[in-house]
Design a protein. Sequence first.
Length: 442
Amino acid sequence: MATISQKQIFGWEDVEILGDLERLELLLENMPDDKLMEALEAERGKGRNEYPIRPVWNSILAGIVYQHQSIESLRRELMRNGQLRAVCGFDIMAGTAAIPPSWVYTRFLAKLITHKKLIDEMFERLIRTVAELVPDFGRVLAMDGKQLASYGKAVADEKMREKGDGRRENDADWGTKTHTGTDASGKTWEKVTHWFGFKLHLIVDAKYELPVMYALKKASEGEQPVGRGMIEELAERFPEISERAEYLDADRGYDDTKIIVESWDSLGIKPIIDIRNCWKDGEKTRVVDGLTNVVYDYKGTVSCVCLATGEQHEMAYGGFEGDRQCHKYLCPADHLGIACKGKSRCPISHQVRIPLSCDRRIFTPVARSTYKWKRLYKNRTAVERVNSRIDRVFGFEQHFIRGRKKMELRVGIAFIAMLAMACGRIRQNEPELLRRMLKSVA
């Protein structure tokens, strides 16, 4: 199947250049919400229908597109924007009287929480739609965790926590994130941040910057166990994505042997995960088993030690041998022209092979010391852009959400909105893909 470039099919900037009303129409036209609407309408039955379900739902989606942080802000927009009311489906003749009061939205959102399973089904359906429309969607994945701070007051008393009053935060807890690095002078630095709230764990497509999987956890839960669970779940929920995925990028917060082994051994996805120095202080290198004068450091750089002078020379990389599950390294004297006084008695004739089993955390299918690894690792910035978009476009930088269930609902709605707009834009740019989808549905 021919690879189609990002610019031809979809780039998120294609959506951002549209006006608010255009984005909303794009979203509503491509939102697979029929089952949700049928379930809500069935529950209402023959009850009062002053505020029809479809327009109320559409207006909530409009609140995301128009970046309203509260229901009251959304209602004010509906009051002054007759065109928006019409697009949402409110009775044009009723004017502002058609706009539901705040309590209607409160009850409606509470109803949506009970139908979170249908929201999840919409997310999965949209992921599969994008995967069918875009042949290389999911080929390069990126994983990261995002802080979602809560602005409610923490409840220390257990009885108050159980009771709750809707204004306090009963489900969140405190999280800590440590950032380390090295400045221009070579001095290491460390920055520790604390926040009260939740953590959103994400796997996104690094090329198209769209979510593939997500999990909302308490702020205190570690990235590594959540990451392992998401990788296992990926193959179960989206086998078509896990089969086409080639690389998984993540920062050193996900530096974990189990994640690396699960990604490669079980799913065939090459992990591109930054590494922490977990060696003992003062330990610079370790000897490769069975090769007395070949050593490696914690970043996977392999060197040979001259038997005459004791000098270390970085070996030339010879590639990964998939059938043997090992990396090949070449003699630097033969391939890099380095003078070696101990060459005549060196046990390395021309090359050595180092299996991944030598150290599964350090030796991964893409050698950490290569330019390829560094190039692929740059794809990780895609998840940071998605995180930024969650704050800036979807309103999570400042919010009034309290409780885990409400937060999960809002996150889920934000992601299906993102995916629905992407589907719409793809179809606009490539109408032949839409025809193919209609045929497959038929």
